[in-house]
Design a protein around this ligand. Structure first.
Ligand SMILES: NC(=O)c1ccc[n+]([C@@H]2O[C@H](COP(=O)([O-])OP(=O)(O)OC[C@H]3O[C@@H](n4cnc5c(N)ncnc54)[C@H](O)[C@@H]3O)[C@@H](O)[C@H]2O)c1
Length: 413
């Protein structure tokens, strides 16, 4: 342990020995974490600028939108969004704002842990810079760590306790403080030698997914051209007991992580003069996938799309999740609409229709009114795929999951 000028026991007993925790950002990641911390015996306060997110906590934990109501907690978790801006560049403004909240309200000796996905170097760079403004020193007056979230939305095997947590910190005392905290919340904590290792590992996980998803989408077109069923090919390859992990074709990876995180990695790689061309290719292939499916639909419909009644069945970014962020089916709807298609959509998971979907009529079921064509946007578990395959004269399947009909109405695209 380095000579920090503090007694070791003081390091492990911050002012708030009772274990108060503030979770900044109460969205998909922050709220479950806040609940798990509360269930693990911490006194949790959630903080979110959005009163709707605060209200969504109900009675489960104390939550507020007013920074002045925040307690002098010993642990502060940053769970705010890290999206891309309009130009596709990483937008760290929410992380910077959350760090300012920590800097202003976290007491001497508190631990700040970055949970949001950031670029390599963010913890030792941006986070440290903001926390050390006005004379505090990380590792002495305030402690800092990074433990990127690895949740897989919609996965019943997920949740903050079950998914192993990577943890890195700039100094051993911060690491020990963070480890003691996370070990109460999570079954398995894996410490790494530096924050950059945890940051890079998180980005590697999602970059690996993106590159392989993009590869499968591209090969799917090739296999379809050979008249071979992609899913059978993948299942056959997956019988190899080593060196292969199956990925399945689709309409393109959506959501807030897979198509976003690699851009954070690439930004730093570019800065270091080490940009990966394969990453640019995968990002472009993934972004372009809905347009390629649209092209295949147009071709199958003799190039005449204007006025045709086409339905997109399933519009969320993945099956079983009511989340539209970065959803490829929405990009497809936009593309079809721009071609003058009389487009509609259905999705059993969407309760309240957000503004960007309200532009197009919603159908109660994929079969309602018998559209001229259906494109499978998201293969929700609730969909009866055998019925869907017969619900319109033409049914387009970017996933290769529909039963093939002898009449040729199902087109793998
Ligand atoms: N959603 C996932 O499944 C998932 C999985 C792994 C990693 N992540 C990462 O976790 C982070 C959070 O993602 P999310 O999906 O929970 O985002 P989200 O958009 O669902 O929630 C973020 C919340 O933070 C709030 N917020 C924004 N700025 C704030 C500020 N300055 N102070 C207080 N609150 C603020 C927003 O109002 C919002 O409620 C991101 O970096 C994301 O990439 C998400």
């Amino acid at each position: 342990m380095p000579d920090t000028g503090l007694l070791p026991e003081a390091l492990f007993q911050p002012a708030d020995a009772g274990g108060r925790v503030v979770v900044i950002g109460l969205g998909y990641v922050g709220r479950p974490l806040a609940l798990e911390a509360a269930a693990s015996g911490f006194e949790v306060t959630g903080f979110d600028l959005d009163p709707v997110a605060v209200a969504a906590c109900g009675e489960t934990i104390r939550a507020t939108s007013r920074a002045r109501d925040l307690p002098p907690a010993s642990t502060w978790l940053i769970c705010v969004p890290t999206p891309l801006d309009a130009e596709g560049r990483p937008d760290l403004s929410a992380v910077a704002a959350a760090l300012e909240t920590c800097r202003a309200h976290a007491p001497h000796g508190a631990l700040v842990c970055l949970v949001s996905t950031c670029q390599p170097g963010a913890t030792n760079g941006l986070c440290r810079r903001i926390l050390e403004r006005y004379g505090r020193q990380v590792g002495r007056d305030i402690f800092l760590a990074v433990s990127p979230e690895r949740e897989n939305p919609g996965d019943p095997m997920g949740g903050p306790r079950r998914i192993p947590r990577l943890l890195g910190a700039p100094d051993p005392v911060s690491l020990a403080r963070a480890r003691a905290f996370w070990e109460r919340i999570t079954d398995r904590v894996i410490t790494v030698s530096a924050p950059e290792v945890a940051e890079c590992a998180k980005l590697l996980e999602n970059t690996y997914r993106l590159v392989n998803v993009a590869l499968m989408d591209e090969l799917h077109r090739a296999f379809a051209a050979f008249g071979v069923a992609t899913r059978e090919v993948v299942a056959a390859a997956a019988t190899k007991p080593f060196g292969f992990q199956p990925f399945w074709p689709g309409l393109g990876a959506g959501g807030h992580c897979i198509p976003v995180d690699p851009a954070y990695l690439q930004m730093e790689a570019r800065r270091a003069g080490a940009a990966a061309s394969l990453l640019d290719a995968a990002l472009a292939a993934n972004r372009g996938r809905p347009a390629r499916v649209l092209g295949a639909v147009a071709q199958a419909m003799d190039g005449r799309l204007a006025g045709r009644r086409i339905r997109v069945a399933g519009v969320t970014y993945k099956p079983g999740v009511a989340d539209l962020r970065g959803a490829a089916p929405v990009a497809l709807l936009q593309g079809l609409s721009a071609c003058g298609v009389d487009v509609s959509w259905c999705d059993p998971l969407i309760r309240e229709v957000p503004e960007d979907l309200a532009r197009w009529p919603r159908a109660a079921t994929f079969a309602e009114g018998v559209p001229e064509a259906i494109v499978l946007g998201t293969p929700h578990r609730d969909f009866d795929l055998a019925r869907l395959a017969e619900a319109a004269p033409l049914v387009f399947d970017p996933f290769g999951v529909l039963p093939q009909d002898p009449g040729g109405r199902v087109r793998v695209v």
